[in-house]
Ligand binder design. Structure first.
Ligand code: PRX
Length: 682
């Protein structure tokens, strides 16, 4: 596996924060041997209203057999993360520095925001939230596209100690409602709509259905704050939507344009009207180091999303330090992460990490394909981007168009190229390295999770020799271990469950309102370790190669989904008796959903039914979860005790006749039928 090793470019190494493996190993050792000192030093650059008690800097229990799991960093300290990201930077002279260049979906739409202006806007919105009764600990849901207001809304929450819960704006009304209900949010912030490429998404409409559903299920959100985004877009973007020749736009969608959007008096208010008289100063609320900062839902293998909860001090230290070292960010650089703020990557590496370092970032609203397939590279040149962070699925989708769209641009400013969300296949890695990076950039293949808060296994650009497809070595403070099925540590080369022996500052603290599920999901299988749910291989150099999920989760275009979630949506259809879903390799998405459905006795399997089922998943979960294949299964392979043998279904999906032991199978006859009905992925 991966014999070729690529060394970091020597010019890059010379100016890097960490320029040799010796330096990395030295720092790593002190992060493990003396974590209090290591993180205590990093904490010194930030403002603490009350310092941490020296003897309580770090405490934890990872062993469920010894008592409840807990993780605490900097106990006793108080601070405010927004103060550290904005006021601290303005005070140190960065007021006029650009915090964000905003690039709209349409290339004619762009703007920028300095640190000083961002602070003022954040204070104004924090005052708006306060006027709506939001106080420390209250949850605020955010359902927004990649516009500057989303950053303002996030930081306004943290300024007053409110807990933001962002729901990716690609989630359906049902998924959004489920998350609002679980988090019991008081206020929601949304946008009238947004253009994604050629497509208009009417976010306020979706938000309204979600609010309606949430109310029916017993939770009423008090206020919905709406940003008027569409009317201010460039004429060319608007023309796309409102001219008569655009037959795609339905009358309802056209109504979403401008102020004719659905409105509930008493609940809905316009952002711009509320902001008009709001003061530009707002004293920060000092919160405890372990007070919640945000929660973010991630898929759970039972199908019910988990509200991953992150707290304040540790997350700040970890977001700041991983950003600085993993992207090797230096003052004056321009950084761009293409992830949506609705995912953890957007939280840590669009918002918190960059701002904690006083960085200048690009915030992009659109897609890599609009108006042309060279949009990413155009933006890299336009803003002279130095660090670029994206997902393998985006790279694979762009590789399809060949090298020409890339070669139109110089890309000469690039130094570090990041990858996140799934293992990067060597072909995409080489394309990234050669065609995008001109063989002089370091590729940082960052392994982490919503739960880990920040990168945990990753190369560092100036020092780590790279192997295509390997996330390489642990970040500071992280102790990875591979375990076999019996929980025995695998020392040296081998493959096993990827777990961590000890908490680093950025790890989640609990699942919102469900500490028991937190303990069961992550700490029960192997007492004493945090269990990632991924498998990994360690090679003879100690490099880690993440092999993918070992549970019933799958990763579609970098979005984590549970097969149970999709199965329950399919089997809820009145024509379906039973459904089973497995993951299947996909050339662009990495993995995709291969579904087997058994219709009811009197129902005929048809294209119409397939379309309906796909639509149902889209509506229930979101478009990114749309199944690739729905195969007719007159029956499912089951054990005599009635358990579906997904292992066999995986073999059918892969067209692999080597199905192994079937002695526990109740009806062997079904296997041949399933192979005959198999559908090839295009
Ligand atoms: O399976 C791993 C995969 O994505 C999962 C985490 O998904 P999520 O919580 O949505 O966070 C994604 C962004 C951090 C992991 O359990 N994963 C993420 N990054 C990598 C990866 N697998 C291999 N290599 C990576 N670099």
């Amino acid at each position: 596996m991966g014999k070729t090793v690529y060394m970091p470019d020597s010019t890059l190494s010379r100016k890097s924060h960490i320029s040799s493996m010796a330096q990395y190993l030295d720092m790593y050792k002190s992060s493990i041997d003396t974590p209090e000192e290591f993180w205590g030093d990093i904490a010194k650059q930030f403002h603490w209203e009350t310092p941490a008690s020296p003897n309580k800097f770090f405490s934890y229990n990872f062993d469920i057999t010894k008592g409840p799991i807990h993780i605490k960093w900097m106990e006793g300290a108080t601070t405010n993360i927004c103060y550290n990201l904005l006021d601290r930077n303005v005070k140190s002279g960065l007021g006029d520095k650009i915090a964000f260049y905003w690039e709209g979906n349409d290339p004619d739409d762009y703007s920028r925001l300095t640190y000083r202006k961002l602070l003022e806007e954040v204070c104004r919105f924090a005052n708006v939230l306060k006027s709506k009764g939001v106080t420390k600990g209250d949850r605020v849901a955010i359902y927004m596209p990649m516009i500057l207001e989303v950053i303002i809304a996030i930081l306004a929450c943290s300024r007053i100690g409110a807990v933001h819960t962002i729901v990716f704006a690609g989630f359906s009304a049902d998924s959004f409602a489920e998350r609002m209900l679980d988090s019991k949010c008081k206020v929601v912030v949304t946008t009238d709509g947004v253009w994604r490429g050629q497509k208009l998404l009417c976010l306020k409409e979706i938000c309204d259905s979600a609010l309606e559903r949430c109310k029916k299920l017993g939770h009423e959100v008090e206020t919905c704050i709406v940003i008027e985004h569409l009317p201010r877009l460039s004429a060319s973007q608007n023309r796309n939507g409102i001219t008569e020749e655009n037959g795609d736009i339905s009358p309802e969608k056209r109504n979403a344009f401008g102020s004719k959007i659905p409105w509930t008096e008493g609940r809905d208010v316009w952002w711009h009207e509320e902001m008009e008289d709001a003061s530009t100063s707002c004293y920060p609320v000092w919160v405890g180091a372990e007070d919640p900062l945000f929660m973010l839902y991630t898929s759970g293998s039972t199908g019910k999303p988990k509200g991953v909860l992150h707290t304040t001090a540790g997350y700040l230290l970890y977001a700041a330090s991983t950003f600085k070292y993993v992207f090797d960010y230096r003052p004056g650089d321009v950084y761009w992460c293409t992830a949506d703020v609705g995912w953890i990557t957007g939280h840590t590496y669009v918002v918190y990490g960059p701002l904690a370092n006083g960085a200048t970032s690009v915030l992009f609203e659109g897609t890599p394909f609009h108006p042309d397939n060279d949009r990413y590279w155009l933006i890299v040149d336009k803003y002279r981007v130095n660090q670029f962070y994206t997902a393998p699925t985006a790279l694979r989708a762009l590789m399809k168009f060949g090298d020409e769209p890339v070669k139109k641009h110089s890309l000469s400013t690039l130094q570090v190229l990041g990858s996140v969300g799934e293992p990067i296949n060597p072909e995409a890695w080489h394309w990234y390295y050669k065609i995008i990076g001109h063989e002089k950039c370091s590729i940082v293949d960052t392994f982490w999770q919503t739960e880990t808060g920040g990168h945990v296994i990753t190369p560092l650009p100036g020092c780590t020799p790279m192997k295509p497809g390997s996330a390489t070595l642990p970040f500071f403070g992280v102790l990875p271990v591979l375990l076999d099925e019996n929980g025995k540590e695998i020392l040296g080369p081998g493959e096993g469950y990827l777990v961590f022996r000890r908490p680093w500052p950025g790890i989640m603290r609990t699942l919102f309102a469900n500490h028991e599920r937190f303990e069961t999901t992550y700490f029960k299988k192997f007492p004493g370790y945090y269990c990632t749910g991924d498998g990994a291989h360690r090679d003879e150099d100690g490099y880690l190669w993440v092999t993918g999920r070992v549970d019933d989760m799958l990763n579609v275009s970098g979005h984590l989904l549970s097969t149970a979630e999709v199965e329950s949506t399919l089997s809820a259809h009145p024509s379906i008796a039973e459904a089973a879903v497995v993951s299947q390799a996909h050339p662009i998405k990495g993995e995709c959903l291969y579904c087997f459905v058994t219709p009811n006795e009197d129902v005929e399997f048809s294209e119409k039914l397939t379309d309906e089922l796909k639509r149902k998943v889209r509506e229930k979960i979101g478009p990114f979860a749309t199944p690739e294949v729905i195969q007719h299964a007159p029956g499912l392979p089951k054990t005599r005790s009635g358990k579906i043998m997904r292992r066999i279904l995986r073999k059918v999906a892969q067209n692999d006749r080597d199905i192994g032991d079937i002695s526990t199978l109740a009806d062997e006859g079904i296997i041949e039928i399933l192979f005959q009905n198999r559908i090839e992925i295009k």
